[in-house]
Design a protein around this ligand. Sequence first.
Ligand code: HEM
Length: 494
Amino acid sequence: MELSAFLLLALLTGLLLLLARGHPKTYGRLPPGPHPLPFLGNLLQMDRSGLLKSFLRFREKYGDVFTVYLGPRPVVMLCGLKAIREALVDQAETFSGRGKIAIVEPVFQGYGVVFANGERWKTLRRFSLATMRDFGMGKRSVEERIQEEAQCLVEELWKTQGALQDPTLFFHSMTANIICSIVFGKRFGYRDPEFLRLLDLFYQSFMLISSFSSQVFELFHRFLKYFPGTHRQVYKNLQEISRFIDRIVEKHRETLDPSSPQDFIDAYLIRMDKEKADPRSEFHQRNLIYTALSLFFAGTETTSTTLRYGFLLLLKYPHIKERIHKEIDQVIGPHRLPSLDDRAKMPYTDAVIHEIQRFGDLIPIGLPHMVTRDTSFRGYIIPKGTEVFPILHSALNDPHYFEKPEVFNPDRFLDANGALKKNEAFIPFSIGKRICLGEGIARMELFLFFIIILQNFSVASPMAPEDIDLTPQENGVGKLPPVYQISFLARREC
Ligand code: HEM
């Protein structure tokens, strides 16, 4: 059935309910917002171009904290650094619950570190952080893994001999391989058919999850779930990935040496065995599969999409690319392998990466939070279980912190002496207790992948810079850059 037919049906059902029930249900003393209709919520006031645009328009009328009814359920929106910080940091525990994303809920069902709540989330987060910090467990550090992976990529890019490429698959492969090496203890070749299938499933799913139809699904999932649509494809894709992880876990079981865990899965299996007599233990198969899936999804799409936007921006602004080349040549030169220690000596490159993340605005409406108890916030009462969206876009584009936020300008992250200047509204990884668990790894990856690629290659576009369009392909849960072509031109003989 067409999307418009769904909407029409939803509209008619809503109007019938309106006649039958009269007033919408009211909750606590929620922040103000546009008047909702029963079932439809604020659908009729929404912008056709998606949730973010609608929220920004509501903000103009209702201020930084307001309530929007996504279908029948109220969601409190937080805009601007101040409101987001007051909630996620000043009342950290209360705002640390995780809300649902309707389109992936049937898969995760509250399992795995991203979508868990309460004690389950605390246990899985603590374990994931500690285990990821440990790997390489006295063996290879994450930095070394990233350096090695970047070198594999450089070899692949050499083989392209400067021919035009869609860079998506390259960036996916290397970011996925970092997670593979931590979680599975191995990396995959860039042409391994099983790996390519996995990457395609992730890419297609992230695109579908960020699409307009997923945003409509978010509003009316209770009704739309009975019909065919994007949600069924997302479900199928994520189930296929889960089965792949399941097979890898089985192989780990067969080869496990409890005295020498090799990766995240080994460490988890050892813990699972230790707690097998405890019926309340969170270390069971389901949490393992969905935590691994969460780490993959959160760790692959995010960093690779940022790299993709980043290189598009360098094609659009060649003078910025030239300044990075200059800094790399001065600090590292053509032969030495870049390391994290170089970051402190490369403020310009660091500033560009910050600006790519700010401008790229990867997760514009944040991941949904949920209040864990009845909460008093700015004079309102938010009942336990209410969802809260920290609109990260509103901090990353706050003109009070970033002059002319719509302009891509890395210099905003430099002080008068050319040193990196921190900005407190730079929160692409969010803040508070749910802050991105992979921030450290992501920052290492972004820095090392950018400079190792640019140390070895110059990049070129078939289009004139002024014709390069930065308009995102999708702008929902994720903001995705348009598809583009790029050539990687070796800077010296290999
Ligand atoms: C540029 C890269 C990345 C960005 C911009 C990013 C951003 C985010 C954001 C905004 C959240 C939601 C925080 C909240 O709920 O308020 C998040 C959560 C999360 N991220 Fe990342 N992320 C990135 C890379 C990664 C990587 C590489 C990993 C894994 C190695 C990762 C793992 C996670 C996990 C597990 C969560 C859920 C944390 C929880 O619910 O406790 N992320 N990330």
